[in-house]
Design a protein around this ligand. Structure first.
Ligand code: EPZ
Length: 419
């Protein structure tokens, strides 16, 4: 298993560009199944999650070329294969279930493995299935396989009990092909959903309200091909900003958008970090001592759950007491045990973690337990005294495009070793 060895870094500096967003790319890749016409997707990062989704689309019958160096996908039509029950790719990637809505929309049928849970939670799909049933689909779940069939899909009113990102995306992908109007209430408002709707609108879909809690979709019988550039990855941008803050640096994150990172920037400023909007992106400097803050993860526009772990690394060295509350996932404190091995003083109390900032963390041998926990350990390792060995890098590579190279571009010293 390969590992990173991360050395202590004093004040990162310089500039680095953000890659395309994993969480915008995955639903947009599912959306290409809504048309027989060619689509061109650019700024599509070569992440392992993106490659898994492309394998799944190939199994669904899509013809495409993906140029990794140009980060460009060109699709060339597809023969609908809606039965993906035996798909290897679907088993590897939870987000593969996002093709259910698109297959239901175009083939009126979809057969997929039940998406698995993951370290951070059970990740149910009850809200996805509720939306499909409301649109007129027959839903069967047995033996770990989800079978969806519909004579036709009819627009309707759908209320989401929780503003689920995936359920909002899946229902959108089905409703664009339904007969009549669908009104989705208590929808998720994440920027990645706004990017998906930008792509669907270029394909000819009639959608309004994206980025708010109520999205209205006028169904259309056929959608056309489109050209789309994936939005910048706000979670990667936030991770890189925290790297600058934790080392007391002076960095420019090019391509990052302030609008998409409102709550994260607000919390960084509360921690005594200086953030300015620059022409090319976001400029961060931190000279004085970090201050402790309380934070609570919430659906957008609240503090994003995907930056809870990276931000906790920062609070672990902010003198004073911070309380971090995770309200979105039921098991997203797996990084706490690993941070403790580096000397962090963190106590879990149900959905909250009480963080007592320490003077200094120490390098240690730690394991990435999930994608964002892995990133949190890299950030903590930059601030820690000595060297830190981080194992199980597959998690990090799933969702970050060469994070170690980007941190080295800012002055970090990170080596990859094979065990
Ligand atoms: C998306 O996951 C993201 N993944 C996650 O990013 C992100 O953390 C999450 O949204 C929240 O912002 C992608 O976009 C590929 P949810 P998703 O449905 O869609 C419950 C990362 O690190 N729920 O909004 O699975 C669920 O259990 C990943 O990049 C139901 O109860 O998130 C969870 O507690 C991690 N029933 C909460 O909603 C359902 O049918 C949020 O889940 C669906 C969800």
């Amino acid at each position: 298993m390969d590992k990173y060895v991360v050395h202590h870094a004093d004040s990162l500096s310089g500039s680095v560009s953000v890659s395309g967003s994993k969480n915008a790319a995955l639903p947009i890749l599912a959306a290409v199944l809504l048309t027989q016409e060619p689509c061109t997707i650019t700024n599509l990062p070569p992440l392992s999650d993106v490659k898994s989704m492309l394998c799944l689309l190939q199994e669904a019958g899509l013809a495409y070329q993906y140029d990794e160096t140009k980060e460009t996908l060109q699709t060339n039509g597809w023969k609908c294969n809606f039965d993906l029950s035996q798909s290897q790719a679907a088993g590897k990637l939870r987000a593969s279930f996002l093709v259910a809505g698109a297959l239901l929309g175009t083939c009126k049928e979809a057969v997929l493995p039940m998406p698995g849970g993951c370290p951070i939670g059970s990740r149910p799909i009850d809200l996805h299935l509720k939306g499909f049933r409301k649109l007129g689909a027959k839903v069967d779940v047995s033996g770990g396989i989800v079978t969806l069939r519909a004579k036709e899909l009819k627009g309707t009113a759908i209320y989401l009990d929780f503003p689920s990102v995936g359920a909002t995306e899946n229902i959108l992908l089905a409703a664009v092909s339904a007969k009549g109007k669908t009104v989705l209430e208590n929808a998720a408002a994440e920027p990645e959903i706004v990017d998906l709707v930008r792509f669907l609108r270029k394909m000819g879909a009639h959608i309004s309200g994206e980025g708010t809690a109520t999205i209205t979709i006028e169904g259309k019988s056929a959608l056309c091909g489109a050209v789309h550039q994936i939005m910048p990855d706000r979670i990667e941008a936030g991770t890189l900003l925290i790297a600058g803050a934790i080392t007391g640096g002076d960095i420019l994150i090019k391509g990052a958008s302030v609008e998409d990172l409102g709550p994260v920037i607000a919390k960084l400023r509360e921690c005594n970090v200086k953030i300015e909007e620059a022409a090319e992106g976001i400029h961060l400097t931190r000279k004085g001592r970090l201050r402790p803050v309380d934070l609570k993860t919430m659906p957008h526009p609240g503090f994003p759950t995907d930056l809870q772990a990276p931000f906790m690394s920062l609070l672990a060295v902010a003198k004073g007491t911070s309380v971090v509350t995770e309200t979105v996932f039921e098991n997203r404190f797996l990084h706490v045990g690993e941070l403790r091995r580096m000397g962090a003083d963190i106590r879990i109390d149900s959905r909250s973690a009480v963080v007592e900032g320490v003077e200094e963390m120490k390098g240690a041998k730690v394991e990435a337990t999930d994608l964002r926990a892995g990133a949190a350990l890299m950030l903590a390792a930059l601030a820690a005294k000595g060297d830190t060995e981080i194992g199980d890098l597959g998690h990090i590579r799933r969702g970050y495009d060469h994070l170690e190279e980007k941190l080295c571009q800012l002055g970090a010293k990170i080596e990859k070793t094979e065990e």
